[in-house]
Design a protein around this ligand. Structure first.
Ligand code: COA
Length: 248
């Protein structure tokens, strides 16, 4: 069974993160599949919207921490960077359905989605600082833009979680619903019935004020992120997570 499931329903491509034993932690291979799927969908006239989801227990636990230690991303040619750029440049509506933990890139990818629906058990976090890292995926620009500087600082600098209710207050999600995938598909169908060129142009206009700035921030973040991955602070944080695991 693949770690990323892809299916098509009507004019919607559904991408399902499917590595449940590891809480859908993302590997380079998974980023590559996701990036390719988005790039293909961008040019596929039959696809009008994309829905991204996990399972009822986890959206994703973020980047695989073993990979952070053993095969850290190297730069612009890395699969994670390709995925972030595919996400950032994706021209059609992206809709996320979130249940359980959305850690690290699991939350930052939502900042690139056009609609987000979350289950009551959704728990969001961007613990980059706690892991000795820095924000990524344009989140150091997009998150404060959404919630303001002081709230963004609180979340980033403490690494704390926030729940679905707070995410709704932040404007990170559209609604809290028992079955976010059903609601995501409902909106995907409704948007898929709209004139497609108008939808694409409207999304481009909504992002036009900050699209280029976000591209530059993604690049700057990834350079700092790459350096941080080699730091003692980060290595100690990763070992702490892995040793907890070996202690059971
Ligand atoms: N990378 C690699 N493995 C991970 C992982 C990650 N990011 N997140 C979870 N896993 C693995 C665990 O090691 C465990 O594996 P095992 O069963 O072989 O021991 C399995 O997934 C289940 O995780 P567990 O921690 O037991 O689940 P939980 O429900 O108690 O907690 C989380 C879920 C997401 C809160 C917790 O796993 C976690 O904090 N993960 C790390 C998140 C993180 O820091 N990601 C990086 C962001 S930049």
């Amino acid at each position: 069974m693949s770690d990323i499931l892809t299916s098509v329903s009507g004019s919607t491509l559904i991408l399902t993160l499917n590595r449940p034993a590891k809480k859908n932690a993302l590997t380079p291979q998974m980023y590559e599949v996701l990036a390719n799927a988005l790039n293909n969908a961008a040019g596929d006239f039959a696809i009008r919207t994309v829905v991204i989801s996990g399972n009822p227990e986890a959206f994703t636990a973020g980047n695989d921490i073993f990979d952070f230690l053993n095969t850290p991303p190297t730069g612009p040619e890395s699969p994670v960077f390709a995925f972030l750029m595919a996400l950032h440049d994706f021209p059609k509506p992206l809709i996320a359905a979130v249940a359980g933990n959305a850690v690290g890139i699991g939350t930052t990818l939502l900042l690139h989605c056009d609609l987000v629906f979350a289950a009551p058990n959704a728990l969001f976090s961007m613990p980059f600082v706690t892991l000795g890292l820095v924000p990524e995926g344009g989140s150091s620009l997009l998150f404060p833009r959404l919630v303001g500087h002081v709230k963004a600082s609180e979340v980033f600098l403490t690494g704390r979680n926030f729940d679905a209710t707070e995410a709704l207050e932040f404007g990170l999600i559209n609604a809290i619903t028992e079955d976010p995938l059903v609601m995501a598909m409902d909106f995907a169908t409704r948007i898929g019935e709209q004139p497609p060129t108008s939808v694409i142009n409207t999304k481009a206009l909504l992002k036009s004020g900050h699209h280029q700035a976000v591209s530059m921030v993604i690049e700057a973040e990834s350079e700092l992120f790459r350096l941080a991955l080699e730091s003692e602070e980060a290595k100690q944080a990763f070992m702490k997570f892995l040793s907890k695991k070996s202690l059971g």
